[in-house]
Write a protein that binds this ligand. Structure first.
Ligand SMILES: [Zn+2]
Length: 191
């Protein structure tokens, strides 16, 4: 009997603690009694807040970790000079092609023209296509990993606004989607 009461108390406090973590209400007293306090903050698109030692925002309806978003942006960061020809990279196209090619647009054009002359362009373009697909797969994995972490954190609250941030998808659903997505992209690769 005493065991049961202890278990009940523990689970109530545990749930409250978890809710406080999710809603950023970490300083709040863990209340006794039935139910939980309704006093948690609602966050809307563009809000920025501290929670569980991290900074969060809501972008496109999704709760997102700002540190991670910054890291994600850095993947596509453009160095000042092309590592291949050392000229200043400033064109819009340089920015677009650099993450996949690691050189400027002019370098790519020159290189491809050279391969064409040597009759090696088919192999090159097949490889390139596969590289692009792999690049997409890596980015997709990273994105989905992030979504799954959000999904776990949000799952705790069960009710209301927090759950809606990720469209209410479970970790299992997201994992299945991830596998299907990877499979689809892998099949696009050239043998
Ligand atoms: Zn270059």
């Amino acid at each position: 009997m005493k065991d049961n009461i202890l278990k009940k108390e523990f689970s109530k406090k545990d749930v409250q603690r978890a809710r406080n973590l999710v809603t950023g209400n970490t300083g709040a007293r863990i209340t006794e009694g039935v139910g939980y306090t309704k006093k948690y903050e609602h966050h809307i698109e563009g809000d920025v807040w501290e929670e569980n030692g991290r900074t969060w925002t809501i972008k496109n309806g999704l709760k997102q970790n700002i540190t991670k978003m910054d890291k994600f942006k850095k993947i596509g960061k453009l160095p000042l000079f092309c590592p291949n020809c050392n000229t200043l990279m400033k064109k819009h196209l340089d920015k677009k092609v650099f993450p996949a090619y690691q050189k400027c647009f002019d370098c790519i054009v020159d290189y491809e023209a050279q391969l064409e002359k040597e009759g090696k362009s088919e192999e090159y373009f097949n490889n390139l296509k596969n590289q692009h697909i792999q690049f997409a797969i890596n980015g997709y994995k990273e994105f989905m990993k992030d979504q799954m972490e959000q999904s776990n954190a949000n799952y705790i609250t069960e009710a209301g606004d927090v759950e809606n941030w990720n469209g209410g998808k479970s970790k299992e659903e997201l994992e299945r989607e991830l596998q299907e997505g990877i499979e689809f992209l892998e099949n696009l690769k050239v043998e």
